[in-house]
Design a protein around this ligand. Structure first.
Ligand SMILES: [Zn+2]
Ligand SMILES: [Zn+2]
Length: 250
């Protein structure tokens, strides 16, 4: 197993560039002078010494170990993009810039946690496939979702707010102002005629579109069929703020 943490950022970038060229574009190798980076020679030397690339006349290409390491870098980069887009609400140009830096922080192991948190996304925000990790293979056999949209819960299900999907900045700000913040306990009460949820002591009603944008980290399922937080709120009258989207606004 190659210790990827020992690679410089430039070496990782070169490896990622080679991986995309070979594995996604189907081109066998690159002439060394087409590798991006200011200190290309040093990056290639490091990759060569780590056994991740090999030279053929006029080109460098990935070894088997290089393919594995390259996939891992691309996986982290694209997961970082998803994280920045879905959770931190960054625009496209910011994402491109930040994901590069961020990706280097997502070390092996943490990437699986992020992947699980995001529900094992298969594509980055640009539509490029995210190479699957161990967690995705394990996740495929596990019925329990860790994160789910509020709109997909069944009444009685509870958890904590994971994040607000960043499509609508105005909605996000209103939610934050009302205390719908990451970590706040939340439970779905009913789904019709509107989505009513309990947040702390308050009950709030939102439309389906808004409910779809609120992501909940689910609590472990109760053992005896009765939800621990169900006792109080099922009998309470539904009141509290009602949120409606104004027509014509995004
Ligand atoms: Zn992307
Ligand atoms: Zn996964």
């Amino acid at each position: 197993m190659i210790d990827e943490t020992a690679l410089t950022e430039e070496a990782e970038e070169a490896l990622a560039q080679l991986w995309v060229t070979e594995e996604e574009k189907g081109v066998a190798g690159l002439p060394p002078d087409e590798i991006a980076g200011e200190d290309r020679e040093a990056a290639l030397r490091q990759l060569r010494e780590a056994g991740l690339i090999e030279d053929s006349p006029g080109a460098v290409s990935l070894t088997e170990a290089g393919k594995t390491a390259g996939a891992s870098i691309i996986r982290r980069e694209r997961l970082a993009e998803r994280l920045l887009t879905d959770i931190l609400n960054l625009g496209e140009s910011q994402v491109a810039e930040t994901a590069c830096k961020f990706e280097h922080l997502l070390r092996r192991g943490i990437d699986d946690e992020i992947c699980t948190l995001l529900g094992h996304p298969r594509f980055c925000p640009h539509g490029s496939p995210i190479p699957p990790g161990e967690c995705c293979r394990a996740g495929a056999h596990s019925a329990e979702k860790v994160i789910s949209s509020l709109a997909d819960l069944t009444p009685g299900q509870a958890g904590t707010v994971a994040y607000i999907h960043g499509r609508r900045r105005e909605l996000m700000q209103r939610m934050l102002a009302m205390g719908v913040v990451p970590g706040a306990p939340i439970a779905l009460v009913q789904t019709a005629p509107s989505y009513v949820f309990e947040l702390g002591q308050a009950q709030l009603a939102v439309d389906r579109e808004t409910a779809q944008d609120i992501y909940v980290r689910l609590a472990a399922r109760p053992r005896a069929g009765r939800h621990p937080s169900a006792a109080g709120w099922l009998t309470k009258p539904i009141r509290g703020l009602r949120l409606r989207r104004r027509r014509g606004r995004q």
